[in-house]
Design a protein around this ligand. Structure first.
Ligand code: GDP
Ligand code: MG
Length: 315
């Protein structure tokens, strides 16, 4: 078996070392990554993908650690991709409690990876999307992507997610301004973290005020959840909201499909109705038979005859 086939088989079997190798390929060699993704693609599309974005220091990595634990309690396997060079999962705040982290890193149902933002010829957005597909093919039930909500490429990355969480915390300076730029409108759920601090309620009210400015009719209103990522407070409620949004998406999709089906059926019914009523009319006015005769006599071909008759109809 070739090296790449070994990696593909390993990924599909959920082997951690092969998953890690596959992600490294996605980060460093676009050509090889293309073939890898083509091979695993049929096995993707099953995972629930969650994006978490917001300013640095809001508590994204800390919150993700608690979310992972909550999903594990619920029997789900989890993959985490962090695209946050300012606070990587290796050595950053996420490792604040090394012992508890170690527990997660030996759990076969969890895969955590920080993306290398350097040495990345294909672009970080592309590599991240590939990494998500790799974890999806590897059978992870839930995939969480962490990005620092700032530039265009972060917004681009986070759009791979089905549910986008915009996180915010009091005491980050002109914080609302930071989340206003571009990511506000893509949020499905807002989190105000560090609810143990004063001003958390003010942050909630600021977001509420912003949501009210946008008075477009929407099928889903983004809820605002308060959390304390340090203790895990509010995390079960957040997971519930994510589930709710997931169910909403499914319903929307079902609704969209029924609309498409209804459209096809309506068009079919109209075609039938229009055709038979025109033909009846032509027959009643004896024009049908007249043209029929002309076709038999080779005076006109059927297509031109139909065109002529319909043009007369439309005049
Ligand atoms: N007081 C308080 N501090 C928190 C909370 N969540 C995270 N932090 C702290 O905020 C800092 C940034 O957290 P981190 O998860 O690295 O934020 P990220 O940059 O958004 O990933 C760390 O020092 C955390 O310990 C919280 O709920 N309350
Ligand atoms: Mg972080």
């Amino acid at each position: 078996m070739s090296k790449i086939d070994e990696i593909i088989n390993g990924v599909l079997a959920g082997n951690r070392r092969k998953i890690a190798k596959a992600i490294t390929i996605a980060e460093s060699s676009p050509e090889e990554a293309k073939n890898l993704i083509a091979s695993i693609y049929p096995h993707t599309g099953k995972a629930q993908i969650i994006g978490l974005t917001g300013p640095g220091g809001a508590g994204k990595s800390t919150l993700i650690e608690k979310m992972v634990r909550e999903y594990r309690r619920r029997g789900k396997t989890v993959g985490v991709i962090a695209v946050d060079p300012t606070s990587p999962f290796t050595g950053g705040a996420f490792l604040g409690d090394r012992i508890r982290m170690q527990e997660l890193s030996t759990d076969e149902g969890v895969f955590i990876r920080s993306m290398a933002t350097r040495n990345n010829p294909g672009g970080i957005a592309k590599a991240t999307k590939d990494a998500v597909k790799i974890l999806d093919a590897a059978g992870k039930d839930v995939i969480i992507v962490e990005t620092v909500g700032a530039g265009q490429s972060e917004v681009e990355i986070i759009k791979v997610a089905q549910t986008i969480i915009v996180i915010h915390a009091p005491g980050l300076g002109d914080e609302i301004q930071a989340i206003k730029a571009g990511i506000m409108e893509i949020a499905d759920i807002f989190v105000v973290n560090k609810a143990d601090r004063e001003n958390a309620d003010k942050a909630v009210m600021d977001i509420q005020a912003m949501l009210q400015l946008d008075n477009k009719e929407k099928p889903w209103t983004p809820p605002i959840i308060k959390t304390v990522a340090l203790t895990g407070e509010g995390v079960p409620k957040l997971i519930e909201k994510i589930e709710e949004h997931w169910q909403f998406l499914k319903k929307e999709l079902l609704h969209k499909r029924s609309l498409e089906k209804a459209e096809a059926e309506l068009i079919e019914a109209i075609k039938e109705k229009v055709t038979s009523s025109i033909i009846e009319k032509l027959k009643r006015e004896k024009r049908f038979e007249k043209v029929l005769q002309q076709i038999v006599e080779r005076e006109i071909d059927p297509a031109s005859a139909a065109e002529k008759l319909l043009n007369q109809e439309l005049e």
